[in-house]
Each structure stands twice: as C-alpha cells, then as structure tokens.
Design a protein around this ligand. Structure first.
Ligand SMILES: [Zn+2]
Ligand SMILES: [Zn+2]
Length: 228
C-alpha cells in the first residue's frame, strides 16, 4: 500500500487567491491567479496539478505539486520551461525531457515539492523562432549565436510569473533544482527566497554535446562534466 500523502489545502488557496489583485501598476505589472487543482497520479508518483491564469502572456501555466507545500520553507522546486520537441517527441538536441523526468522522479521520492511548468517555449522566444534557431544551428551556429542572429538575447525567459505562482501556493522559501545561477538571481529579484540549490546533471549525448557545452562555457551553468 502506498503511503497517504498529506494534501495541500489547495481549495482554500484557490478561494483566497481569487480575491487577491495586484495593483495594475506594480513593477512587473502582472497578476497570476491559481484557478483549479486536480489529483494527478503519474509514473513518477502521486502529484496534484494546478492551473494558473495570468495577465502577462495570457498563457495557462501549470504546477505539479507533491504533498503539502503551503506555508513551508526550503521546498524543493524545479522550474521547467516548456520544450515541445523535448518534452513530447523526446528530442536529443537538448536535455529538457531528461531534466523534467529527473525532477519529477526526484520530487516523487520526497514528502513534498513542486515542478512549475512554464509555457515559455524556446527560452521564451516561442516555438516558431525556436525552430528558426534550429535551422541556423543546422548551418553551424551555436544556441547563443542563433538566438542573437534572430534578434533575441541568449535567454528571454521571465520568472515574474514563476515567482507569483510560488506566492499563490504560499511557499515560503525554496531549494531550487538547477545548474543555472542566473535562474536563482532572477527569482530573487522577483522576491523569491532561495535557501539552497539542488544540482541536476544530465550526461551529454552525441546530439546535445554542443548544446550542453555552450550552456557550461558560454551561459555559466554549473555542470560537473567536462567538454572539449
Ligand atoms: Zn497578483
Ligand atoms: Zn529542449
């Protein structure tokens, strides 16, 4: 028999969050609201899935919640940005699906934790532009060069929504599963208390070796493995 996992008081949170409204002219100018929650048994363990509305990008973001995270400190959290090619088709060009599975597997062994699933495809440049960047990479550019060639910065992701989602779940502080120090800094600027980091390392394959070495050598990711 699987052990009964304590449930978050998410119904109360939904009712409470519905009444909240951020002032329209806050620094980020955004508001995110917890809309609905359902049980989600997964191959990685028992989760609940929460749906969020927001007024920045109008996308419907999700949180996969394990156990009771409300009012807790040092909650293990992973921020995952949507990657259609990796998450759905198992693309080997990146390590997104490996990281997602690793996060859900790890958190699935714990009493509580959260995976935020952010609908910001292609480091925030959108699906069409991501595939245009792939086309440029096929012609020889690396991931950073390709994004710059399309007129974007290396990383266009915005963590204001993630910060607000954690606030809606009333998570007090987090231990972030990441190798990316910039992600920690970005969350802190949006008021999230990051009390620690949990490393997450996926070994390179022949297709994503250059992608991962660019992450390490150009984007400052803290990866243990060495690259030529
Ligand atoms: Zn708000
Ligand atoms: Zn990916």
């Amino acid at each position: 028999m699987s052990q009964k996992i304590p449930r978050p008081k998410l119904d109360e949170l939904i009712a409470c969050d519905a009444k909240h409204a951020c002032p329209p002219n806050t620094k980020e100018g955004n508001c995110v609201t917890l809309m609905a929650v359902g049980d989600l048994p997964t191959r990685f363990g028992e989760y609940q899935v929460a749906a969020f509305w927001n007024d920045i990008d109008k996308k419907e973001h999700a949180a996969f919640i394990r156990g009771d995270v409300t009012g807790k400190e040092d909650v293990p959290v992973r921020l995952h940005s949507e990657c259609l090619t990796g998450d759905v088709a198992g693309s080997l060009r990146c390590d997104c699906r490996d990281q997602l599975e690793e996060s859900l597997t790890h958190i699935g062994t714990l009493d509580h934790g959260v995976v935020l699933y952010l609908r910001q495809e292609g480091r925030g440049i959108g699906f069409n532009n991501k595939i245009r960047a792939y086309q440029l990479q096929d012609e020889g550019l690396d991931t950073v060069e390709a994004n710059l060639a399309l007129g974007f910065s290396d990383d266009e992701r915005d963590y204001a929504i993630a910060a607000h989602m954690l606030q809606a779940l009333q998570v007090k502080s987090i231990r972030l599963m990441t190798n990316n120090p910039k992600k920690i800094e970005a969350l802190k600027t949006h008021g999230v208390v990051v009390s620690g980091r949990i490393p997450i390392e996926i070994l390179a394959n022949a297709h994503n070796k250059r992608y991962l070495s660019t992450k390490k050598n150009k984007s400052g990711h803290l990866l243990e493995q060495g690259f030529e």
